[in-house]
Design a protein around this ligand. Sequence first.
Ligand code: KG4
Ligand code: ZN
Length: 338
Amino acid sequence: MTSDQPIILAIESSCDDTSAAILKGKQVLSNVVATQEIHKEFGGVVPELASRAHQKNIIPVVDAALKKACIDKADIDGIAFTSGPGLLGSLLVGVSFAKSFSMALGVPLMEVNHMEAHILAHLIQDGSPTPEFPFLCLTVSGGHTQLVVVSSAFEMEVIGETIDDAAGEAFDKVAKIMGLPYPGGPLIDKYAKLGDPNAFSFPHPKVGKLEFSFSGLKTAVLYFLQKEVKQNPNFVAERLNDICASVQKTILDILFKKIDNAVIATGIKRVAIAGGVSANSELRSRLQAQSTKGRAVFNPAFEYCTDNAAMIGVAGYHKYIAKMFVDITITANARMKI
Ligand code: KG4
Ligand code: ZN
């Protein structure tokens, strides 16, 4: 170890962002993210193109992270990497890079679950308040929607999840129906700010108290728009802001109802959100407003919501301290669970 705190290199390549970060303990020295623009024209992530882009980006991104942090590769004490869940071809690029680099440097390897890392982003030391254990976390990303009881950095229990689409997928699919490019979530967020959230109403799913379902919403929006466009071909363009605000309100009402149910079921009043959808401005302000309900609420820093390697680094740091290392026989696991 070159200092009192270990220097961790972290690698994330589970979907369409190639990212590398350098952490000193729980502090982020650099966090470089190369977002793959190529998928925009296809309306979604194309796995084969994603793995090729990771292959192209990985070395320049790691190099940039080292330079930005003013760290020499000889100073690295351990390497953390995402082993799953995600796209297999994408994961393999990060896993293979991490294994080879750890062998070359003679430093230990820490494997990290991507969804656990989204949650552990709350433990990054950046001056913002850190939730005490146990806390409840709603993880909302492009592939997952889960309610998790987080008892320690290593003990997490999923108490509810989606039975079909994830919340991020709901944003992206509705956006696609309206002809918006991928990923549609940030665009719906942007247009919703200018619209009336009560302009249109969409049904809530009938599922268990801690379960989610978003595939019905996508279909409801599709049928609603088909009907309206028949009468007015310019309906989507004319009412885009109102549609976005109404769809967003429906998704957020569902999420907050489930948070309420989870608080009642567990008695835990510390509530955090994580994952790409936690970047949503309305979700963040509605969560903030819940502090008046006697809850302690935690929004992740904006840069740690969508996929990034800093969150992999802080998860890896905890494993480094606990000496939870893996050897180079480790491989990617596309369906890894919390
Ligand atoms: O966590 P993430 O970067 O990747 C996965 O692990 O899936 O999440 C990506 C998801 C996408 O569905 C994207 O549309 C959504 O997060 N997202 C948002 C916002 N920013 C990203 N959804 C709603 N509002 C946003 N501001
Ligand atoms: Zn993610």
